[in-house]
Design a binder for this molecule. Structure first.
Ligand code: ADP
Length: 298
């Protein structure tokens, strides 16, 4: 699988409360966690059983080194992971005692990922999984390469940005499977609230192989030309739903690459998402293939 996307260092500060404008407060502690939708989904797909090549861009700095090391620790292929003079992407996250968080993402090197950074050769029939935290032109170039090699393009249109440009329209036209959450689906369909998720999935599936909408603890709906369906979420004790969407995307794409149907891949992703909700953190909570299979066979 080829994952094209972002890698960020998440800098998480805990404080009793966030400062008001012009105010300074003392924090409780801070920690660094590797993140970014691209890197998270690459790790999710790798753990779900795929061989994964990650194409992204890091800064020439300590965060970049740590992000590369985290990917290598999961045996993600980093041959197409470039380095830029722009600092690595960071997410500055303040978590208040109440659990409320405030996040500023500085894309940094992620926005320096150019089409030239794509791997020269993509394996015939590969699945590409991308999000929109890197330049859309690069994702579009990757999609064209993968399609001409007979592969499948899975676009997790998150965040929904740049899609109304010419490149965005071309990318949507080159997308085989569109994968979004409820909020993103509503934005793509230009409605304030999603009326019927199944009908929304059918509209998003027009002109492509399939569309999938994740609904958090309400599960997943999907639509393809042959029909549509809803899979309820697994009942689990959810402690932290961070990265559930990334776990779903990685698991779904891994299953699709292994030759599963869209419905089977949705079931696999649904289990990966549920398992992720049972553990705290982003990358540490992403499940291994064996755990997903065992969970589905309970
Ligand atoms: P995102 O984080 O992108 O908004 P969702 O919240 O829709 O993504 O979660 C993605 C998937 O993870 C869901 O479709 C579901 O399969 C699983 N999931 C999320 N939250 C829960 C939960 N509380 N219990 C069980 N599964 C969950």
């Amino acid at each position: 699988m080829l994952v094209i996307g972002s890698a960020n260092m998440d800098i998480v500060v805990r404080a009793l409360r966030a400062p008001a404008a012009g105010e300074t407060v003392m924090g409780l502690d801070y920690a660094l966690y590797p993140g970014g939708k691209g890197a998270n989904q690459a790790v999710a797909a790798r753990r779900a059983g795929s061989y994964v090549q990650f194409c992204g861009c890091l800064g020439r700095d300590a965060y970049g080194e740590a992000l590369r090391a985290a990917l290598l620790a999961d045996q993600v292929d980093v041959c197409a992971l470039g380095v830029s003079e722009t600092p690595s992407g960071v997410a500055l996250i303040t978590v208040e005692d109440s659990g409320e968080n405030r996040i500023i993402v500085v894309p940094g090197a992620n926005y320096a990922l150019k089409p030239e950074g794509l791997p020269e050769i993509v394996r015939p029939g590969t699945v590409m999984l991308a999000q929109l935290e890197v330049p859309i032109e690069t994702v579009l170039n990757g999609a064209a390469k993968v399609r001409s090699a007979g592969g499948t393009v899975v676009l997790n249109a998150s965040p929904v940005t740049g899609l109304s440009t010419a490149s965005g329209a071309a990318l949507l036209a080159a997308t085989d499977v569109l994968l979004v959450n409820e909020t993103e689906a509503a934005m793509l369909l230009d409605v304030a609230e999603l009326p019927a998720p199944a009908a929304a999935a059918q509209r998003l599936a027009q002109g492509r192989r399939a569309a999938v909408i994740t609904l958090g603890s309400d599960g997943v709906v999907w639509a393809e030309q042959a029909g549509c369906g809803h899979i309820p979420a697994h009942h689990v004790e959810a402690v932290d739903t961070t990265a559930c969407g990334d776990a779903f995307a990685g698991g779904f794409a891994a299953a699709l690459e292994a030759g599963k149907t869209v419905e089977q891949a949705v079931r696999f992703g649904n289990a990966a998402g549920a398992l992720t909700a049972t553990k705290p953190g982003a990358q540490p909570s992403l499940p291994q293939r064996g755990d997903i299979v065992a969970f589905l066979e309970r």
